[in-house]
Write a protein that binds this ligand. Structure first.
Ligand SMILES: [Zn+2]
Length: 426
């Protein structure tokens, strides 16, 4: 007998009336109209069953600290970094762990079951690293947490930067990070990319660098990152995060850059909520959008994912762990309003993000983990439009979270009471 049988589900690829059979935490079968004995049966009633959401770019050491010790008044990246510097000496491991665990609860409720978080390695105590390694251990039964050693103050710019980052890797941090545009000079930025990629190659680690997070069209560290990925044989293992300067770059230069990124197998992560608020702050009017060139990267064959980046921290006071909100903002900023474009935005917070993190057994296919979300929507387009309710969240066949369907009870003059959840009749 099966552990779980989901029937009458719509899948993100458009297949309808699908049954998903679950045995021992894995998807045993995906077939149209299958009925079989199961301990638990769930009728999806034609709604969308999608693999769980994935956030490939987050900062869990700072999350839910909004207002500590004060609020970012200018709203700029640089005031955020300065504010984080003021907060760091006040951090305690216990408070950091408590905030991170609270965020992970929000994430599960939103069907977000895999998160790649950067963790600041600039401080010699590595307090945040130890705290997030503890969080990773505690949430392992319900969230795949991947840690990136992130030298927020610049690996070359700050004293002991390389040593602290290396120690974080020794402690078990999974991915090598960097921040070349924050180093003192362009040359130092390029040197940091080379050094960090070599370190990753030596240790067999993945790479994910904050890269060119500015409006400066001459910030071109993504070029060095792509070159180093190729030189060191790291194709498919390297990610450039943000890459906002590409928005402002010269078009001819970008026409040469895109094929280099594609050939080097470097993935790109845009963080639409954060990019749209932090960038363009030195502009009067017109104000630049400050997000990287998503449709052009996708067209060039680059794997593009979207991250949340921040929730209620020194850089951003909004957010709730909802990757559909991220996709929603992404499609607006990138003007990806075609049906295909909207679906690409859904993939940017699911399958593409899972590829960035090298997640295994991800998807709605036989042999994959039975880790999926039933949404109150009939397809990915509707899911993004409504930031649809996550009716049920499963991980490895186990029910982790349920939310009642969103329905408004209407009491309209001259009409019988009715209800609406804002989807047109099929
Ligand atoms: Zn970031």
């Amino acid at each position: 007998m099966l552990n779980l049988l989901v029937t009458n589900a719509t899948l993100p690829d458009g297949r309808t009336g699908m049954s998903i059979a679950v045995q021992d935490g894995l998807i045993a079968e995906v077939t149209e109209g299958l009925d079989a004995p199961a301990h638990e049966k769930l009728d999806a009633e034609g709604l969308l069953l999608a693999p769980h959401f994935v956030d490939p770019h987050f900062h869990m050491d700072a999350t839910l600290s909004y207002g500590l010790p004060r609020v970012n008044e200018s709203g700029t990246l640089l005031e955020g970094i300065a504010l984080w510097g003021e907060l760091k000496p006040l951090l305690t491991a216990d408070a950091l762990i408590e905030r991170a665990l609270a965020y992970c609860d929000w994430a599960v409720a939103k069907g977000l079951l895999a998160i790649r978080t950067h963790v600041d390695t600039s401080d010699a105590s590595l307090l945040a690293v130890d705290a997030l390694l503890e969080v990773k251990r505690q949430v392992a039964p319900y969230i795949d947490l991947q840690l990136v050693a992130f030298p927020q103050d610049g690996v070359l710019r700050s004293q002991g930067g390389v040593e602290n980052l290396t120690r974080a890797l020794d402690k078990g941090v999974d991915v090598v990070g960097g921040i070349p545009h924050f180093e003192r000079t362009m040359a130092d930025g390029a040197a940091s990319v080379k050094l960090l990629c070599e370190l990753a190659a030596e240790r067999g680690k993945l790479v994910d660098m904050h890269c060119d997070e500015s409006d400066d069209p001459l910030s071109r560290h993504i070029e060095t990152l792509a070159f180093e990925a190729q030189r060191l044989g790291l194709q498919g293992r390297v990610t450039g995060s943000h890459c906002t300067s590409m928005h402002s770059m010269d078009n001819y230069y970008v026409s040469k850059l895109l094929p280099l990124i594609a050939q080097s197998g470097v993935a790109v992560i845009a963080n639409p909520l954060i990019n749209i608020t932090l960038q363009g702050r030195h502009d009067t009017y017109p104000k630049r959008r400050g997000m990287t060139r998503v449709p052009e990267l996708v067209a060039a064959g680059v794997n593009v994912a979207f991250g949340h980046d921040c929730v209620m921290d020194p850089w951003y006071g909004m957010g709730s762990g909802d990757m559909l909100e991220v996709a929603h903002m992404g499609l607006h900023v990138a003007q990806m309003t075609s049906q295909a474009g909207i679906r690409q935005c859904f993939e940017a917070v699911t399958t593409n993000a899972a590829r960035v993190m090298h997640l295994e057994r991800y998807g709605i296919e036989p042999g994959c983990d039975a880790s999926f979300v039933l949404l109150q929507a009939r397809d990915p387009v509707e899911a993004i439009r409504l930031r649809a309710t996550r009716l049920k969240v499963f991980r490895k066949g186990q029910l982790l979270a349920e939310t009642p369907a969103a329905t408004a009870a209407l009491h309209l003059p001259g009409r019988a009471p009715s209800s609406s959840w804002m989807i047109p009749k099929a």
